[in-house]
Design a protein around this ligand. Structure first.
Ligand code: ACO
Length: 447
C-alpha cells in the first residue's frame, strides 16, 4: 500500500465496504493490479479495470515513439518527424528506431549493407507465392508469406538470443519489399524481378515492382525520395492496432515472423492500413468536386465515414498528413496531377470548417493524401496497405525487441466481464424444445 502522506497517490473509498485505499501514481498512471486488493469480501476476486479497445490503458513502458495527439507532435526516439522526413533516410530511421540512437557513418554503411544483402528469398517461397490465386489481394499474400518465413528460419525461435534477433531484423527489413513486389507481379502475371543491391532501399523496391525488359532499372529520383519519406512517416506510431497485435502475439514467445504476420493482418483492416485504399474508393465514389457538399452531408447524417479523417490519438492535424500533402505536390510535378486531388482538397476545406468535424476534433490523418501519391506513382490501390507494411516493419521490430527485453511483460491475457448464462445442466437432444425459425435451422447451404 502507498504511503498516504505521499502526494503521488490516488485515494479511493469503496462505498460498498467503506474501506479506503491508497494507490501509487507513477508516470501519471495507476496499476490496475493495485485495484485487486479492493474487495467486497475475503473470497471476492477483487476489482478489475474495464477498458474495451484500450481507450485509457497503457500496456507497456516504451522509449521508442512519442505522440502528443492534442498538439500534433510525433517523435521517434526524441527526433521530430519533420526533421527525420527532411534529413534522414528510411534505413537510417529504421536503425534509429531499432537501436535507439542515430548511427555514425560506419555503422550506417554496415547496417545498409546488411539489409541490402538480405533481400533475396528462398526459391521455395516463390513456389508458395505461385500457389495464390491470380486475383489474391497482395496484403493477404503478405500476411501468408511473412508468416511462412518462420518455417524457413527456424532459428528465429531463439528470441532470447540477441544475435539471432539482430539477424531476423535484417532479414525481415530486407525481405519484406521483395515479398511485397512479388505479390504485385504475381497478380499481373509478370515474372518476378530479383533485388538489385546497387539501388537504394526504395529504388530497389521500385525496380522489383516496375522493371520490365530494361537491363538496369533507373528509378525516378523524385519518386524514389518521396517513397523513402513515406516509409519514414509510417515507420512507427507507438501502440496502434497492428503494433499491439505484434506485441500481444509475441508475448507467447513465438518467432518474430509469426508475430509480424499478425501485425500485417491487423494492418489489412479498413480502419487501419486499409484506410488509404478506402480514401481512394471514397474519392472515386464522390466523382467530382460538385458532389463534395452532398457527400459531407451524408457522412454527417451517419451514412459512412470520411475516410482519412480522424484518429484515436491525434485530436489535431496529424503531423504526417502535413508532410505528405507537401510531397503530393512534388510527386504530381513529375507524374501529372491526380484528378482526385481536387476532390480531396475540397473535402478537406469543407470538413475543416464544419462544426461536425471541428466538434469531434476530426482532422486529416496520414492516409488522406498518401493514397493519391501512391496512385500517381503507379501503385494499384490493393498495394497501399502493403506499402504501409514495408514502412512499419522497423517499428514493429523495434517494439518486438523492446517487448522481449521488458522484464515486466508476461503473456498478454486480458480479463473479461462474464455476462453469459449461469451454470446449467446439459439437455439431451431429443428432450430439447424446438427453438423456432432460427437462422441455423433454415440456413443450410445447398450448393
Ligand atoms: N468520419 C465521420 N465521423 C467520424 C470519423 C470520420 N472519419 N471518425 C470519427 N467520427 C465520429 C464518430 O462517428 C463519432 O461520432 P459520435 O460521437 O457522434 O458517435 C466520433 O467521431 C468519435 O469516433 P470514434 O469512432 O469513437 O473514434 P475512434 O478513436 O474510435 O476512431 C478512427 C478512430 C478509427 C481512426 C476513426 O476516426 C475512423 O474510422 N476514421 C476513418 C478511417 C481512417 O481514416 N483510418 C485511418 C486511421 S490512421 C491509421 O491507421 C494509420
Amino acid at each position: 500500500m502507498a504511503d498516504p502522506n505521499h502526494c503521488n497517490s490516488l485515494s479511493i473509498t469503496d462505498n460498498r465496504t467503506g474501506k479506503s485505499y491508497e494507490l501509487p501514481i507513477e508516470h501519471g498512471t495507476v496499476r490496475t493490479m493495485d485495484l485487486r486488493q479492493i474487495k467486497e469480501s475475503e473470497d471476492d476476486f477483487g476489482l478489475l479495470g474495464y477498458d474495451p479497445s484500450f481507450l485509457n490503458t497503457a500496456s507497456c513502458k516504451s522509449q521508442i515513439t512519442f505522440i502528443d495527439g492534442e498538439k500534433g507532435i510525433l517523435r521517434y526516439r526524441g527526433y521530430p518527424i519533420e526533421q527525420l522526413a527532411e534529413k534522414s533516410s528510411f534505413l537510417e530511421t529504421a536503425y534509429l528506431l531499432i537501436k535507439g540512437e542515430l548511427p555514425d557513418k560506419e555503422r550506417l554503411a554496415v547496417w545498409t549493407y546488411n539489409i541490402r544483402h538480405h533481400t533475396m528469398i528462398h526459391a521455395n517461397l516463390t513456389k508458395f507465392m505461385d500457389g495464390f490465386r491470380y486475383d489474391a489481394h497482395p496484403m493477404g499474400i503478405l500476411v501468408g508469406t511473412v508468416g511462412a518465413l518462420s518455417t524457413f528460419y527456424p532459428d528465429a525461435k531463439n528470441i532470447g538470443d540477441e544475435e539471432s534477433r539482430k539477424l531476423q531484423v535484417r532479414r525481415l527489413i530486407g525481405k519484406i519489399p521483395t515479398l511485397a513486389a512479388m505479390s504485385f507481379r504475381h497478380h499481373l502475371g509478370f515474372p518476378y524481378v530479383l533485388p538489385d543491391n546497387d539501388l537504394s532501399y526504395a529504388g530497389n523496391f521500385l525496380s522489383m515492382m516496375f522493371r520490365m525488359t530494361e537491363q538496369k532499372y533507373e528509378p525516378n529520383p523524385v519518386l524514389e525520395k518521396a517513397l523513402d519519406v513515406l516509409f519514414i512517416l509510417h515507420a512507427d506510431h507507438e501502440q496502434n492496432c497492428s503494433t499491439n497485435a505484434v506485441r500481444s502475439v509475441s508475448s507467447s514467445k513465438v518467432d518474430p515472423y509469426s508475430a509480424i504476420a499478425a501485425g500485417c493482418a491487423a494492418l489489412y483492416g479498413p480502419l487501419h492500413g486499409g484506410a488509404n485504399e478506402a480514401v481512394i474508393r471514397m474519392l472515386e465514389g464522390i466523382g467530382s468536386v460538385d458532389n463534395v457538399s452532398a457527400f459531407i452531408k451524408s457522412v454527417k447524417s451517419g451514412k459512412g465515414r470520411l475516410m482519412g479523417f480522424g484518429h484515436r490519438v491525434y485530436k489535431n492535424y496529424d503531423p504526417r498528413a502535413r508532410i505528405i500533402k507537401k510531397i503530393a505536390f512534388e510527386v504530381f510535378e513529375e507524374t501529372g496531377r491526380n484528378p482526385l486531388l481536387d476532390i480531396a482538397i475540397e473535402l478537406e476545406r469543407i470538413a475543416l470548417e464544419d462544426d461536425y468535424f471541428i466538434g469531434r476534433k476530426l482532422y486529416p490523418n496520414v492516409d488522406f493524401y498518401s493514397g493519391l501519391i501512391y496512385q500517381a506513382m503507379g501503385f494499384p490501390t490493393d498495394m497501399f496497405p502493403v506499402l504501409f507494411a514495408i514502412g512499419r516493419a522497423p517499428g514493429w521490430l523495434a517494439q518486438w525487441i523492446e517487448h522481449v527485453k521488458d522484464p515486466e511483460q508476461k503473456i498478454a491475457r486480458p480479463r473479461q466481464i462474464f455476462l453469459g448464462a449461469p451454470c446449467r445442466d446439459y439437455v439431451p437432444l431429443d428432450e430439447r424444445p424446438s427453438r423456432g425459425d432460427d437462422e441455423e435451422k433454415f440456413g443450410i447451404c445447398r450448393l
